[in-house]
Design a protein around this ligand. Sequence first.
Ligand code: AMP
Ligand code: GLY
Length: 435
Amino acid sequence: MNILLLGSGGREHALAWKLAQSRLIASEGGVLYAAPGNPGIAQYATLLSLDVTDHAAVIALCAEKGIGLVVIGPEAPLVDGLADSLRGEGIPVFGPSKAAAQLEGSKGFTKDLCERAGIPTAGYVRTKSLAEALEALGRFKPPYVLKADGLAAGKGVVIAEDLATAEEALADMFGGAFGEAGAEVVIEEFLTGEEASFFVLTDGASIMSIGSAQDHKRVGDGDTGPNTGGMGAYSPAPVLNAALRGEVISRIIAPTVKTMADEGTPYSGVLYAGLMLTPEGPKLIEYNCRFGDPECQVLMLRLDSDLGELLLACAENRLGTMEPAKLSPRKALTVVMAANGYPAEPEKGGAIRNIEAAEAGGAKVFHAGTTLDAEGNLVANGGRVLNVTALGDTVSEAQSAAYRAVTAIDFPTGFYRHDIGYREVAREAARERLG
Ligand code: AMP
Ligand code: GLY
């Protein structure tokens, strides 16, 4: 079967790596295509150029290449309804419809769904004007959590320590700082606890868990500096123990999938739940309608099942007939190497060398933001540039293996955090001391 993968980041490189190993590609003579892809993805896939906002062009390409499954990596084409256009032509697609992608595309939509379905989440108010928002602030205590309703590339959340900062942030949001995404703002109760992410595949009826992860969003060591898309991650998240995972599925994921189906907008694809483990139990912070980036990279390293078969089963509404996904008991950890200046203004064009040397020790280096220059040399072409990923029997071992590989890479205009996984490494060390 021929598969078309859409996207160009480290998440898509990890998906391409795993899809290339699928029976559908590896032993049935299928071809993996990727658009636009990147030089890392090009090791396994034929790259195509394609404007994913032109649905007719995507459909025409699928016909031309005999595509039997389209895998949509990023959220924007999902929220834009690309999956609906493809399904309308009878092309199997992994990823939710436009209506279902509202779980990521509109924070207010998700909060209202949680309320209807009794799903634990922070108390909230949806506001549609600055006046309404300023008035609503009075019902909350600091710190104030303010969220632009729509997609804002991970930048639409402001946590304001005091009223003046919150009022200023609201004025910015309604003043257009996040464009259309900020035409509505959700104000939320501040939750305390540890954050963890949980991932399931679903075809709208069946649910299959594919692992948990924790990431590091701040740019600097010790969780300092501005927020980013994620500077590193590890899987599993041991804080999300079996009892908590059960609770997350029964109280958060299952009611979401059921409510979406009952309301005529079944959710099909990967559902990524961002959770806060509060003293009252796990609460939903947000949903994403795609794999996390870089969380996907650590999940794929641990996945011992055939990814192509699982994604196709979601697309064909027969996930319930599949064996549960096999996840390695080993731990995976990824370190993001970013270009100097990230997240504000990443420097482009910096040379990258020695990836093969880094991989020789067993690590896997996923390309997140790379390209080839005119001479065919690999150079940086984005904020997050490489995801250096390794497995270990413990998070501490995976961390050592990933950093050994990081130091083998020659990327003089890049930087990385030195402490990815530190909480878990400390917990492992504490357990070790207790014997
Ligand atoms: P989001 O883009 O919704 O994932 O939010 C970004 C980050 O803001 C989350 O990862 C949390 O660290 C934080 N956050 C979001 N909502 C809340 C909340 N209600 N209480 C505390 N922290 C939050
Ligand atoms: N790493 C966070 C995300 O993919 O949204």
